[in-house]
Design a protein. Sequence first.
Lengths: 111, 113
Amino acid sequence: LAKTTQPISMDSYEGQEVNITCSHNNIATNDYITWYQQFPSQGPRFIIQGYKTKVTNEVASLFIPADRKSSTLSLPRVSLSDTAVYYCLVARYSSASKIIFGSGTRLSIRP
Amino acid sequence: DSGVTQTPKHLITATGQRVTLRCSPRSGDLSVYWYQQSLDQGLQFLIQYYNGEERAKGNILERFSAQQFPDLHSELNLSSLELGDSALYFCASSLETGSTEAFFGQGTRLTVV
């Protein structure tokens, strides 16, 4: 499993765009990049997943460069309710799936 | 609401005791994962089951065991409990065994006193 590195914490303000970058230098060909969001005392929530280039859904965008050694989660126009921990993880589809979470990025949004 | 149901929501028990945590996955999901989250350790993957069979194992202690039943619900059994076992225990489910899009329950908060 590829190890991921992301900032421990980030601060931003309401209405701003927030970009959280994750490094995964040892990503394998069959690995997908997945982001989760977790609020205190709640289970993580799947946000977005991608393999290469750009993926966008109603919540976020995920940018993956050609070498796939990093990825950036982009949250447009954040609000106070986006304050949470964001996890980047790299995993592959296989018959034995370990979805391993790293330390995550604690995002704080201020008014 | 993720569709994953965990019971009980809270559990307080004494050291040395045994408890069972229950998880009902989303309708149609065949894969179940168990995680432990304590303040100082983050989310730790414990074990995964797919359609009744164990598929992947993480840092699960020998005092802990799990199973997935024919109706696909799963139970996590924790025995000889220690103070350090106090944590949030999450169950997640996914449709396929290899999917990384998992849906998490609200967790069971276990307090060992």
